[in-house]
Design a protein around this ligand. Structure first.
Ligand code: CMP
Length: 136
């Protein structure tokens, strides 16, 4: 069964810094995602801490939040059939060295921290993450 879903995507500071925004957006479009909403922002560290709260007990939490707030990012709402899973497949494994050929993290990622893109990991988290950036 398929269903039209929305998921949150972030183009992280390493990819923005390397001018990969358009190339990554093309990948989403090529894979039949519609970019419903999009904005380029720079987070304060406190905001990154709030966004990544689910990881607050992890040893990499502080570095992760410093990193996400280190430069501009692009946040997007992507829509497609089964968007959450499809986006996770397109992104590939968290660690770019383990990501499959053709995935975004394999193509663009530098390291497990600088892995170029974030995507919601469940439909429930997609709703929470979309609200976090786009609640008006
Ligand atoms: P992301 O999908 O944005 O969600 C949490 C991020 O934590 C993840 O991508 C990685 O960039 C980062 N991270 C850093 N170290 C680790 C680790 N050991 N395991 C998982 N994620 C990590």
């Amino acid at each position: 069964m398929s269903s039209l879903e929305q998921t949150l995507s972030i183009i992280k500071p390493d990819a923005v810094e390397r001018n990969l925004i358009e190339e990554i957006k093309q990948e989403f479009k090529k894979n039949n995602f519609t970019i419903l909403k999009e904005k380029k922002i720079k987070l304060e560290k406190q905001e990154a801490e709030k966004f990544y709260k689910v990881h607050q007990t992890k040893p990499f939490y502080n570095d992760l939040c410093s990193y996400l707030s280190s430069g501009p990012i692009v946040v997007m709402v992507l829509e497609s059939e089964n968007a959450v899973l499809k986006n996770r497949e397109l992104m590939g494994a968290t660690d770019p060295t383990k990501a499959e050929e053709g995935t975004l993290r394999k193509k663009f990622g530098i390291s497990i921290d600088k892995n170029s893109v974030h995507g919601s990991d469940s439909l429930e988290n997609a709703r929470i993450e979309i609200d976090f950036f786009f609640k008006d």
